[in-house]
Design a protein around this ligand. Structure first.
Ligand code: GAL
Length: 710
């Protein structure tokens, strides 16, 4: 009898070991546990806390996949996960890709790296989260290198099998036959799988973002303009640069110092260079008095000449980078020593943030996979999460001071959705930069298509126009020294767009608040827009993923236009182009500049002059704007608004307000003002805004409505 019980238990244990144990954590959010998941994961590294109250209130929804078809098994001590795909289902996400939006038909090896010109999984944020066109998302919570076969492998026991065809005679033969599954290889003896349901793909993304703490809410100044100066600038040159911006009447909220602020760089000392910056406290103060902040470039590798080098030595990895030691940012002592240095030499004198460089690779510029770290995590786990750990560390320093930061980083991963950092890189294809912006919204990261230099005024203006509609409006002149006005033939047009960025601040700030509180990415792909998917099908004919998923995916993706916030559609032009096709979702759309009707659910051709980037607004769209100014408003200012309305429909908008600087919004010190445009009985449009709430932040002054569509 006892033997029988033991046998039953043994079989049960084995069955259990091969099944995924699902647990619904919030409405529409499931965690599946398989085998023995590792302790150190992407989510444990990021340590973000789900926005539980918001998630609890979401509509409950059924598990979005046939549970029995979500399969996991151990093969040679490694985990293999399979999720079903159906015909015509498309897959988006899987990290910050630069050339493709559709991932079905691809094999990706997710690996933190500097982007190398191919969407093969090696990128700055290889986030193992995908979202399906059917409205659900899947996250594999593992800090290993993961291999995804996204609808490529065809199993003998596939539920929906493609037919073998004769290549000699059959024109429909395909080298990549239909596959009915996403298959994932995880080099660990177990894993956590998260499934996010939704009523639409965007809804699933929102759940994912909320689960990871909600998106970041930058300080208002973070949405202003930033110039990074040449790497060997000194304090006088920085002051002069700030003065030049003012003379030119050009907005500037923060200046970025490149490697030369440090006494040694690559590896770094984290100390000011005494010759170039004899009195950094005086510099930050002088700039701050003018409303300009300072952001500092660094990489985390510590020079033997750094004053902290002895102290930190025991808490560094087995390998060096450029002969500098690599702090184990998963080790409390390494974090403590770094924090002390940054606090005392930089934060305490008012530095506003960092640009965390070189945390992504290239391979030669990092430690090898077999590197060891004192906290016990592997070289691979450290690589997959180093950018996230660096973001966490610096963010925590600013949090302690109750002031928000907004900086740059070259690597990130799942879970860092609420970190105040924007990804950038050294690659410079304008087209691919826009595709990265499109893809950033699928994976909970922010990306800037930064402007560095240009061959012609045309290129300068085209690049500038699109960076203005991005999470960080930045010129990175660390090498080129280019100024906004460097191309006199387009200087006025550049200024128009820099000023437009400032005018849009109330809108952009509210859109970021929606990222934070609701999980809606402020910059996102057209396929996430209601009325777009169906339309795209109509325009491109019936998609036929069955016969050739790869070709279909490549041909039909829309990767050069995107949504900026709730109502704005941006369709950049690239150097040499004088016209472009724009796909408008269903519903009426209007020109941003003139308010004129442009189309409905159609492909239109835009042929703007060089001085215009095509921008469109949805019917009923409401865009709160302010007068252009040189610096973001301070917390105690009142800013007058001009609220634009487009089209003929009534409309509504949730306008966000808080002090723009601190974390007090996390304690309830924020307000949403409700903007309504209604039609009166004579068919005329009228606008109104709800009263400010007593005892809540109120930084808006008078409100004027402008009806753009006459
Ligand atoms: C690169 C970085 C550039 C610039 C440069 C300075 O790694 O991507 O934006 O900061 O370093 O050396």
């Amino acid at each position: 009898m006892r033997l029988l019980i033991m046998l039953v238990l043994l079989i049960a244990a084995q069955v259990d070991a091969q099944t995924i144990r699902w647990q619904e954590q919030f409405p529409g959010v499931w965690k599946g546990t398989f085998g023995q998941p590792e302790q150190y994961t992407l989510l444990s590294a990021a340590d973000s806390k789900p926005k539980a109250v918001t998630l609890e209130q979401l509509q409950s929804i059924d598990f979005p996949l046939p549970k029995m078809e979500v399969h996991a098994e151990l093969i040679d001590g490694k985990t293999y996960v399979r999720l079903p795909l159906t015909k015509n289902e498309q897959i988006y996400g899987l990290g910050l890709n630069f050339q493709t939006v559709h991932q079905r038909g691809k094999i990706l090896n997710l690996h933190v790296d500097h982007y190398g010109g191919k969407d093969n999984g090696r990128t700055h944020a290889p986030v193992p989260f995908y979202v399906s066109s059917k409205g659900y998302g899947v996250l594999i919570n593992s800090a290993q290198y993961l291999t995804y076969y996204v609808g490529t492998g065809v199993r003998k026991d596939a539920k929906v099998k493609p037919e073998a065809k004769d290549r000699n005679t059959d024109k429909t033969w395909s080298s990549r036959p239909y596959s009915d599954a996403v298959e994932i290889y995880i080099p660990a003896a177990g894993v956590e799988i998260y499934v996010f349901a939704g009523i639409s793909p965007l809804d699933a993304i929102k759940r994912y973002n909320l689960y990871c703490g909600g998106g970041t809410l930058p300080p208002r100044w973070g949405l202003g303009f930033t110039q990074r100066v040449q790497k060997l600038y000194n304090a006088d040159a920085v002051i002069k640069e700030a003065a030049e911006f003012e003379e030119h009447g050009f907005p500037l909220d923060f200046i970025g110092l490149e490697p030369g602020w440090q006494s040694r760089a690559y590896p770094c000392t984290f100390e000011w260079d005494k010759n170039r910056f004899p009195d950094p406290a005086a510099l930050t103060k002088k700039l701050m008095d003018k409303g300009i902040r300072l952001n500092l470039w660094t990489n985390p590798y510590i020079s033997p000449e750094a004053s902290i080098s002895q102290d930190i030595a025991p808490y560094t990895g087995s390998h060096t980078v450029w002969n500098g030691v690599v702090p184990d940012l998963n080790h409390p002592d390494a974090k403590r020593i770094m924090a002390k240095q940054m606090d005392s030499a930089q934060l305490e004198i008012g530095v506003s943030g960092y640009k965390i460089d070189e945390v992504d690779g290239y391979d030669y510029y990092l430690w090898p996979d077999m590197a060891k770290f004192p906290s016990g995590i592997s070289g691979i786990q450290m690589r997959q999460t180093y950018g996230v750990l660096a973001q966490k560390l610096t963010d925590s320093l600013f949090r302690k001071q109750n002031r928000r930061t907004y900086g740059l980083v070259r690597a990130s991963n799942a879970g860092a959705n609420n970190m105040p950092y924007v990804i950038y890189n050294d690659y410079y294809s304008h087209q691919d930069f826009i595709t990265a912006l499109v893809n950033s919204g699928f994976c909970g990261v922010l990306w800037t298509p930064e402007v560095r230099g240009s061959k012609t005024g045309e290129e300068w203006l085209r690049r500038f126009q699109s960076v203005v509609f991005s999470p960080m409006a930045m010129i990175n002149a660390w090498s080129s020294g280019t100024k906004p006005w460097s191309f006199p033939e387009v200087a006025d047009q550049i200024k128009y767009y820099a000023q437009l960025r400032m005018q849009l601040m109330p809108y952009l700030y509210s859109e970021f608040a929606k990222y934070h509180f609701e999980g809606t990415p402020p910059f996102r792909a057209m396929v996430l827009e209601e009325g777009f998917q169906g339309h795209a099908d109509a325009v491109v004919g019936n998609r036929d993923l069955e016969t050739n998923p790869y070709l279909e995916a490549v041909n039909k993706e829309v990767k050069d236009q995107y949504m900026c916030g709730e109502y704005i559609l941006v369709a950049p032009l690239f150097t040499g182009e004088s016209s472009r096709k724009v796909l408008l979702p269903k519903g009426n759309w209007y020109d941003f500049y003139s308010g004129k009707y442009v189309g409905n659910g159609a492909e239109i051709v835009a042929h703007p002059e060089l001085d215009r980037i095509p921008v469109y607004v949805k019917d009923g769209g409401i865009i709160p704007m302010m007068a252009s100014r040189l610096h973001a408003p301070t917390a105690d200012e009142k800013v007058d608004l001009t609220i634009r309305h487009y089209g003929t429909k009534a409309g509504k908008y949730n306008l966000y307000d808080d002090d723009g600087l601190s974390f007090d919004y996390e304690k309830g010190m924020y307000a949403w003002r409700s903007v309504l445009v209604k039609k009166n009985k004579h068919g005329q449009l009228t606008g109104e805004i709800s009263k400010p709430e007593h005892g809540k932040p109120n930084t808006y002054g008078t409100v004027r409505f402008e009806f753009m569509t006459k």
